[in-house]
Design a protein around this ligand. Structure first.
Ligand SMILES: Nc1ncnc2c1ncn2[C@@H]1O[C@H](COP(=O)(O)OP(=O)(O)OP(=O)(O)O)[C@@H](O)[C@H]1O
Ligand SMILES: [Mg+2]
Length: 170
């Protein structure tokens, strides 16, 4: 991360294979070096909070894990599996196997800072879209799980509303 006070190594020790292991991640945008060798290791069900000044690289770090940004160097392992990278023609890196990236992405989730909800779909339709179309979950099962999740976060009554009618937090 860019700020001096931001931690660059986080380790939640465990004897089992880390669910997520990031090693020495580097990312720069032109002359701006955002990630200066960030390492994180965490076991399943651990919760990690990343705290840092605006612009210090938190989102960039998350985006590098699922390759929405391509890191300049460093390793990302999900459940022990290394995301394989190879040199690209432009001098950086690129995924060695796009199918591997798709497969690993289907097991990662990210809530975008600017939400990125589908505005023409209801709350429920937004929640079931990825499970149904990416993971192939039967629609009936996806709806059941979505209703339980909406209930858990206290917005079950909003299931048929559109995103424009929700508050920021909702
Ligand atoms: N695609 C990009 N091209 C150029 N610079 C970028 C790009 N994405 C992010 N940056 C820059 O990288 C730095 C880190 O941005 P990032 O979005 O990771 O910060 P953040 O820690 O998530 O901030 P915030 O708390 O405001 O969300 C910022 O200086 C930002 O301007
Ligand atoms: Mg951010």
């Amino acid at each position: 991360m860019a700020t001096a006070e931001a931690p660059t190594t986080v380790s939640a020790s465990s004897s089992v294979t880390p669910m997520l292991e990031v090693t020495d991640l580097h990312k720069r945008f032109g002359s701006l070096e955002v990630l200066k060798g960030v390492s994180v290791s965490t076991a399943n069900a651990n919760v990690i909070s990343m705290i840092g000044a605006s612009g210090s690289g938190k989102s960039t770090f998350l985006r590098c894990i699922n390759l929405l940004e391509i890191p300049d160097s460093g390793d990302v392992r999900v459940d022990g599996e290394l995301i394989r990278m190879i040199p690209s023609r432009t001098g950086g890196m690129k995924p060695a196997d796009v199918k591997q990236v798709d497969r690993i992405r289907s097991r990662l989730a990210m809530v975008f800072q600017s939400f990125n909800l589908w505005t023409h779909m209801t709350v429920l339709e937004n929640v079931i879209e990825a499970p149904v179309h990416v993971l192939g979950v039967p629609k009936r099962d996806a709806i059941e799980k979505a209703e339980a999740l909406l209930d858990k976060v206290g917005i079950a009554d909003k299931r048929d509303q559109y995103p424009a009618h929700l508050s920021g937090g909702q």
